[in-house]
Ligand binder design. Sequence first.
Ligand SMILES: Cc1cc2nc3c(=O)[nH]c(=O)nc-3n(C[C@H](O)[C@H](O)[C@H](O)COP(=O)(O)OP(=O)(O)OC[C@H]3O[C@@H](n4cnc5c(N)ncnc54)[C@H](O)[C@@H]3O)c2cc1C
Length: 383
Amino acid sequence: MSISQFRHSSIPPEAEMLRSKVRAFLRDELADYPLTDRAHSWMGFNAGFSRQLGEQGWVGMSLPVEYGGAAASPYSRYVVIEELLAAGAPVSAHWIADRQSGPLIQRFGTDEQKEKYLPPICRGESYFCIGMSEPDSGSDLASIKTNAKKTKDGWLLNGQKVWTTNAHHSHYMIALVRTGDKEETGRHGGMSQFIVDLSLPGITVRAIPDLTGSEHFNEVFFDNVELDDSALIGQEGAGWQQVTAELAFERSGPERFLSSIALIYAALDVIGTKPDALQSRDIGRITARLLTLRDMSLSVTQQLSDGENPAWAASCVKDLGNVFEQEIPEILQLLIDEQPQVSGGSEYARVLAYLTQMAPSFSLRGGTREILRGIIARGLGLR
Ligand SMILES: Cc1cc2nc3c(=O)[nH]c(=O)nc-3n(C[C@H](O)[C@H](O)[C@H](O)COP(=O)(O)OP(=O)(O)OC[C@H]3O[C@@H](n4cnc5c(N)ncnc54)[C@H](O)[C@@H]3O)c2cc1C
């Protein structure tokens, strides 16, 4: 692989035409939605809003029409999510289902699984979470211990997942678990993915508060959970290959560089129309970086659209995007003489406090900086 993988790509006019419609919808629906809530970005939860987006045809839109999607191009989806994220819309209820569970089911699922799971995803009514990380397995995902053992009628699931975003709100988890003996299958073999109905007996979900005191991720325990055969998604033993394909969807979208956008808007309001020289310089730099990241992310969209494997380029977008969104609170503190305030104070001070607390997590969720840089180094032929 080489750096020439990044090719300039622009949004085709038919996809671009969607933008004004999405903007008008968001202007109406989010007219009273405060900036402090918009700062939650794709962590903001609102089931009613997800359903409204489903009614507009903006959830699962790349899925086939027969399952409730619009068979839309990845660029159309890009326009919709870019507008949603720029507005800080509360999208977390359907976010994982739209971004990766739906496409995963479409790619690897049986006809029965597609018929069962995809239509409610497209209606914005069915929520999924990702069950990859475990207490001793994060970066080293292949070391997972949660296992499913074959029984007469299906599978018996035991183990624990951790940091599972929205498990407490979700209907289903797509879990990566061990189904074969590591000694026999090798490190990356013997793993499979299951669609786990989180209402089944034997499942306990326990919230983990984050630095801001919010509870959005969880520990999930499986104690002799009985799964039907139909819970297996894709091929038994091919879980690692399936997960690797899923991660490219997870790492390249605008959510990897827009997490601090509410703070940029708040800062522009405070600075107003007469910035000093330092403010002008840094606003220019922020804008240039934002546009470059967007170009890179669009290039990955092109690769996904062309059926290429964009794992290397997606890692570049996520790593550079995370550096950018993490630096925003620091850069702005040097430009505006106002301290972060968790409560009270101006809207800017509260958004600054929230994003200062959240920023460290940006380069952990979805794969850490060191792991991404390892993938990038391999792509550049350095290891
Ligand atoms: C907000 C948030 C939401 C999340 N949501 C989910 C979710 O929904 N589902 C899910 O499955 N997981 C989720 N995660 C978990 C996330 O994927 C893991 O935290 C991440 O993969 C790192 O794993 P770890 O926490 O075990 O840290 P570790 O893997 O123990 O890493 C600790 C540190 O060591 C470094 N390190 C590890 N290995 C190496 C190496 N080989 N070389 C150099 N450095 C290394 C890492 O880069 C990191 O800095 C979430 C995490 C966060 C913060």
